[in-house]
Design a protein around this ligand. Structure first.
Ligand code: EPS
Length: 409
């Protein structure tokens, strides 16, 4: 199937210190259970993590569903959700003054020139990571689509903050237990010793009026081979995931599976051998098992039956208490950048955002391939596909054999 975009789309609006953040999601199949507890759980995780600033003490993010839901189920219409801002003061010039000294690393400078003003305020209000509350609300619907219709689950966590990194490996058998460890870790990582190291790294940065970034990782379990497409570059699932992850505030790199390390290895060390195990025929892999997963669950822009593995790198937050060398946009004279209340580290929160946007892209790809108007129709389409995939071949077997390969002189 060829597609342009996804059958599941979303948009957010709202400023960091405006009255509210709004999310609209189009394409949720009729009949999906819209469990606001799941949405609010993710919103509260997004507010947490060691190293956050004062804002999260002011806010308790709770979603209000305004449209597209009746008696707790999606009607098939666009779903609009609102998260109210308690710290709403956009038009209060004393508490929310103009910003004339742009922060290196933030959207301030580029945005003020783009909109032909020396006041960075409007740029930063929209560029702020506060917007991710709306994105998490929107993308929680992707999480619900994956779980209820396709039995696909998503697990995100913090791999590293600065140099404090966990080496714990995540597998389909271990992730549920690791989720408990993550939820007990106030940096959302996978072991206690790394949690403590990450806390120290953040504490040290705070004392030095500095900030730190890190790596988030996300695994998607339960995808059969063939979701996404290799036909057009816009339809490749790995490309769509990369787009979504790079669209998160402060993310500067995205990798799938072994990612950038692949350039340091030979093909035989990279590509995951294919075996067939009849006893695994009824699992997501349809029996095509791989001893390694360097591909990170995608080949040719499609799922390959292995868990999807995504790493996203967040830069250190651009708002430093100590300021950084900058200029006053009105006088053009050197001045340190203006301080706005911010976080020392938001990698833990970002891991929730990343998990959410990955879930949404994968849900969109599933609905693009299998989507009907309702949950019942979509599930029927999915089951029919799996039945045929498990009984292949369905066409007469013609030709075959090896075409000889390439000779390099
Ligand atoms: C955030 C809200 C913001 C910042 C932070 C994340 O609120 P405020 O600016 O009122 O303190 O704490 O945003 C940024 C890191 C940024 O660069 O703007 C949130 O809710 O996640």
């Amino acid at each position: 199937m060829s597609m342009i975009g996804s059958r599941l789309t979303y948009q957010t609006s709202g400023e960091s210190h405006g009255p509210a953040l709004v999310a609209t999601v189009v394409g949720v199949p009729k009949g999906l259970t819209i469990d606001t507890d799941v949405i609010n759980h993710e919103l509260s995780r997004r507010q947490g993590g060691y190293g956050r600033g004062g804002r999260q003490k002011l806010e308790t993010d709770v979603v209000e569903v305004l449209t597209g839901v009746r008696l707790g189920k999606a009607t098939g219409a666009p779903i609009t959700m609102v998260v109210k801002n308690r710290d709403s003061r956009l038009d209060d010039l004393e508490r929310t003054p103009p910003v004339y000294r742009p922060r290196p690393g933030h959207a301030d400078l580029a945005g003020s020139i783009k909109w032909l003003t020396t006041d960075c305020r409007e740029t930063l209000e929209r560029a702020s990571a506060r917007e991710t509350a709306a994105r998490v609300a929107a993308c929680s619907l992707g999480r619900l689509v994956l779980k209820e219709i396709f039995d696909v689950e998503v697990f995100g966590f913090v791999r590293s903050i600065l140099d404090a990194r966990t080496d714990v490996q995540v597998t389909p058998d271990t992730w549920r237990d690791l989720m408990k460890v993550r939820d007990a870790s106030d940096t959302y990582t996978l072991d206690e010793a790394t949690t403590e190291k990450q806390r120290e790294v953040i504490r040290g940065a705070k004392i030095d009026k500095d900030t730190v970034g890190g790596d988030c990782e996300c695994h998607v379990f339960g995808c059969p081979p063939g979701v996404g497409s290799s036909m057009n570059w816009t339809d490749k699932l790995d490309a769509r995931i990369a787009y979504a992850v790079m669209g998160i505030q402060a993310f500067k790199a995205v990798q799938i599976g072994m990612g950038a390390q692949m350039s340091t290895k030979r093909g035989s060390q990279v590509h995951d051998p294919i075996h067939f195990d009849e006893s695994k025929k009824n699992t997501a892999s349809l029996g095509f098992v791989r001893p390694t997963n360097n591909a990170g669950g995608t080949e040719g822009g499609m799922t390959n039956g292995q868990p999807i593995v995504v790493t996203g790198t967040m830069k250190p937050i651009a708002t430093l208490l100590q300021g950084l060398p900058s200029v006053d946009l009105n006088t053009k004279k050197p001045e340190d950048s203006q301080y706005e209340r911010s976080d020392v580290c938001a990698v833990s929160a970002a891991s929730v955002v990343m998990e959410s946007v990955v879930a949404m892209e994968v849900a969109g790809a599933f609905l693009t391939k299998f989507g009907g108007d309702s949950v019942v129709e979509t599930r029927g389409n999915y089951d029919a596909f799996l039945d045929v995939a498990r009984t292949l071949p369905i066409e007469p077997i013609v030709g075959g054999g090896d075409d000889g390969g390439t000779v390099i002189a």
